[in-house]
Unconditional design. Structure first.
Length: 475
């Protein structure tokens, strides 16, 4: 090799540590117990490979000199790289965060936080349970019977069934009842919920053909009436969860639609999306379908989510006529979409809270119900504590709004009081980023170069930890 660069590179590469050498360093030895030898070895190889590639780039682009590298410095560099690689692996794991955004059902942060009872029930259900066992007879029991019973009590429906999520529930209902037939949907209800759930696509996937009726803003009962034909399998009503059509609008009530469907002998299915088990209009949520009302109005099947306004875990709840629910239960797709014991445990406790009318125990409802004065009192007390711990940062109080989130009630704004934080040296972006990488990550928002904290979505029991994380970033 006549090329001096190539010779320099070859010389530098000879100084790189071997995997074995890297694994016997103090820092690598410290990681073995946490990572396991096999995984650590593979990370060590990756660390050395990354250093090798960087060396090649530096030398061939002449930004570095061979003299700058020594066996020791490369071993140290590889050791540091190993730790960085491990840290970035760890950072991607599922972590608890403190939600200071004021978005109650935050889809990216796992939607509804669970009630204390529900959390306890997960631990109990984690071992062996009576999932499909009847203690009285010692024989096989029916999976989900208890939760289904609670659902019928709460909604007045004849029967109920639980699947993986509301998207699965809609897909299941359409597959079981509308495959190879027509489904009538208003043009005002052909919605997309969060990118990957689009009503026309779900319909197509289930093997049903979409028959659109009406217009985007107005659909009349007569439009449905005219569209119903021999090949109509069902009429689908979709709650346009995450957007609103306002102004010159019209749609028949569910009761009117039900009367028409009955007369024409066609099934009526409502995808209520979030759906409310109790009347939430007192919290300003006047548009969410009340599931018991939908059943009373004559919907044959209603589906809704377990982890939106209901305040439980991810699940799709299906309620309605007994004959139809049993038909779904017998379909092979139900077996593929059913939920596990942990979901039943959470739903059971959450639904029991509703039946006890103990709404304060369900975090989503508690946060919704927090009056502005209540949040303000907490914000003031928290700001006072933070001022003492925040060094040169300036801490204030400012009016703001919280939102429901989770694709529910997009037009509802809840008046709130925010704690604002400003720092003479660190920018709001910097503070927000550091909060995210705290030991307990804190998710906040920024407005007008201020970091804003909405305690509506922070549990009282999280406040001390939040204070600690803020102080760590600000001082
Ligand atoms: C949210 C929503 C869904 C999807 O529910 P997941 O539980 O997220 O699967 C389906 N339909 C409507 C109308 C919704 O609002």
């Amino acid at each position: 090799m006549g090329n001096p660069q190539a010779a320099e590179l070859a010389g530098a590469l000879r100084l790189l540590p071997s995997t074995d050498e890297l694994l016997t360093t103090q820092s690598a030895m410290g990681l073995v117990a946490k990572i396991g030898r096999k995984r650590l070895t593979s990370l060590a190889r990756q660390a050395i490979e990354e250093i090798r590639q960087e060396l090649s780039r530096e030398i061939t682009s002449r930004t570095g000199r061979a003299e700058a590298y020594s066996k020791e410095s490369l071993l140290t560099a590889a050791g540091e790289r190993l730790e960085i690689l491990w840290e970035s692996r760890r950072a991607s794991r599922l972590r608890k965060v403190i939600n200071c955004t004021g978005v109650i059902i935050h889809t990216n942060l796992g939607r509804a936080p669970l009630s204390r009872d529900a959390i306890k029930s997960i631990e109990e259900a984690a071992g062996y349970t009576t999932l499909e066992f009847d203690l009285a007879s010692g024989k096989r029991g029916r999976r989900g019977a208890s939760v289904e019973g609670l659902l019928t009590e709460l909604t007045g429906a004849e029967a109920a069934l639980v699947v993986n999520n509301c998207a699965a529930a809609a897909f299941l209902v359409l597959t079981v009842f509308a495959k190879d037939g027509n489904v009538i949907v208003s043009r005002g209800e052909l919605v997309e919920i969060g990118g990957d759930f689009r009503i026309p696509d779900v319909l197509a996937q289930s093997g049903a053909s979409l028959v659109e009726v009406g217009t985007t803003n107005r659909t009349k009962l007569a439009d449905y009436d005219r569209a119903i034909s021999e090949s109509t399998k069902l009429v689908m009503r979709v709650h346009p969860s995450n957007y609103r059509i306002i102004g010159f609008t019209e749609k028949p009530s569910l009761a009117e639609l039900s009367e028409l469907c009955r007369r024409k002998n066609v099934m009526l299915y409502e995808d209520a999306g979030s759906g409310a088990l109790i009347d939430l209009s007192g919290f300003g949520l006047t548009d969410e379908p009340l599931i018991s009302q939908s059943i009373a109005d004559g919907a044959d099947i209603v589906t809704f989510s377990g982890d939106k306004l209901l305040g439980g875990c991810q699940a799709g709840l299906v309620v309605g006529r007994r004959d139809l629910i049993e038909q779904i239960r017998r379909h092979p797709l139900y077996r593929a979409l059913r939920v596990d014991k942990l979901a039943y445990a959470v739903l059971e406790k959450t639904l029991e809270s509703y039946l006890r009318e103990d709404l304060q125990s369900i975090p989503v409802l508690r946060m919704l119900a927090s009056a502005k004065g209540e949040v303000e009192a907490r914000a003031r007390a928290f700001a006072d504590r933070l001022k003492l711990a925040a060094g040169v940062a300036s801490v204030g109080i400012v009016d703001g709004e919280s939102v429901v989130g989770g694709g529910s009630a997009p037009d509802v704004r809840l008046a709130t009081t925010l704690v604002s934080v400003r720092h003479p040296v660190f920018s709001a972006d910097e503070i927000e980023r550091k909060l995210r990488s705290s030991e307990t990550p804190v998710i906040a928002r920024i407005e007008n170069d201020e970091v804003l904290i909405d305690l509506r979505t922070v549990e009282m029991t999280e406040e001390d930890r939040l204070l600690e994380m803020l102080a760590g970033v600000l001082v």
